[in-house]
Design a protein around this ligand. Structure first.
Ligand code: HEM
Length: 380
């Protein structure tokens, strides 16, 4: 429905919501151009999967805890629910029967309840967001900047998770970023931000964020990109999708250091052009030092590149051990979809492929993967 009607459906949803409850408008970003359907698209996807609540309850709980950064009240869940159902009613037309209405209402109520309860529980022990002090801003490559932030006490996350971040130069516009390191004793995290031309958040984060600034960080989310016991890993990253992988590699390095054993890791990082392989030096060094780690840079748009060329998913799927590894994938929606279909074609069981599915990534064999995942964060 939403796909066929483009922007019209989310536009109706937000107009309905803001006309009925104008006070909600200020919770949303000042500029909603181009990403109007962030909440609405998520609602459709999440609520339509309410029948799988047992499998997704963990994630929905994280989402509810993370929504505390918007200061959402339980009543506001009813307001959003009413506009959501009104939108479905309008666009489903004759398909909107009493029965359909009831099942969407039940599904919404269930998801909202899980989110609200998780938020209430978290409010006993944690703040709605954490403050972090920017301790370094380093332009790592032409288009990727690394922000180092020292986060206040009590912020805990697992390597591979992300957290929403707001910078003072652009209030109320949050982006999910993944710490690129395992938790450290001094509370510092490294965040990889790709500068996207015209991207409001990335411009503010890269060009208008300085050492000493205070950023806000929401509750960590994500339960897919993680170590599973000592299973050997095949990591496939596009652009700044490298960040969650780097955090897991960091954790694996600690494990080997402490216990002398751990999983073997092959990390494939895709970029369009060689100079966007922004962590090449560090990862190549790690590769030469650590027998358990192999780094595979992949470039799609530069025929002079001496290493592997093509889409990162295609190159990773050709690894002889791909069918037996636990695969972790992060990048843009197109890159993730393309990588999944390449891995499945190469014989990796679907159940062994992990990726975060915030907005409903489907595996899509027609995706070109042409952006190599370089727009990972700005588009989520
Ligand atoms: C079942 C109910 C809900 C679900 C499943 C849901 C889910 C989501 C998801 C997945 C996102 C995008 C990721 C993010 O930025 O965190 C989002 C964004 C957001 N949600 Fe919710 N949400 C729900 C209810 C609400 C309610 C009741 C409010 C408050 C009125 C709210 C306010 C927001 C805001 C302000 C954003 C950021 C929008 C943007 O940056 O464009 N959400 N929601």
């Amino acid at each position: 429905m939403a796909a066929a009607l483009g922007d019209e459906v989310p536009l109706y949803f937000y107009s309905h919501l803001f006309l009925s409850h104008p006070e909600l408008r200020e919770m949303f970003p000042v500029s909603m151009a181009g990403q109007r359907d962030k909440l609405f698209a998520a609602l459709g996807h999440i609520v339509s999967h309410a029948d799988q609540i047992d499998e997704v309850a963990g994630f929905i709980g994280q989402l509810g805890r993370d929504h505390r950064r918007f200061s959402v009240t339980p009543e506001q869940y009813s307001m959003v629910g009413a506009s959501f159902l009104a939108t479905l009613q309008k666009y489903l037309g004759p398909e909107w029967t009493d029965e359909v209405a009831q099942s969407w209402a039940e599904a919404y109520g269930l998801i909202a309840k899980v989110m609200v309860m998780a938020a209430e529980e978290a409010s006993d022990t944690t703040p709605p967001w954490w403050e972090g002090e920017v301790t370094a801003v380093e332009r790592r490559s032409l288009d990727v900047t690394v922000l180092e932030v020292r986060v206040a006490d009590g912020f805990t996350y697992s390597p591979g998770q992300s957290a929403s971040v707001e910078v003072p130069a652009l209030p109320r516009t949050w982006r999910f970023l993944s710490p690129a390191n395992a938790p450290r004793a001094d509370g510092t995290i490294e965040l990889h931000v790709q500068l996207i031309p015209g991207g409001l958040f990335s411009t503010a984060a890269v060009r208008r964020t300085k050492v000493g600034d205070t950023v806000r960080i929401g509750a960590p989310v994500g339960d897919q990109l993680a170590l599973e016991g000592s299973r050997d890993l095949l990591m496939v990253a596009g652009g700044t999708g490298l960040a969650p992988m780097a955090a897991i590699v960091d954790a694996v390095r600690q494990q080997w250091g402490e216990y002398g054993t751990g999983p073997r890791v092959d990390l494939f990082h895709g970029a369009r052009v060689p100079w966007n392989l922004y962590d090449q030096q560090r990862l190549a060094e790690l590769d030469s030092r650590e027998p358990w780690f192999s780094y595979h840079p992949v470039v799609s748009d530069d025929a002079t590149f001496p290493g592997a060329q093509g889409y990162v998913g295609t190159v990773a799927a050709a690894h002889p051990e791909a069918p037996r590894r636990l695969a972790l994938v992060a990048g843009s929606t197109a890159m993730v979809g393309h990588t999944i279909s390449e891995l499945v074609a190469a014989g990796t069981p679907r159940a062994d492929i992990r990726y975060e599915d915030y907005a409903g990534v489907e595996d899509n064999s027609s995706a070109t993967g042409a952006d190599q995942g370089e727009v990972y964060h700005e588009h989520r």
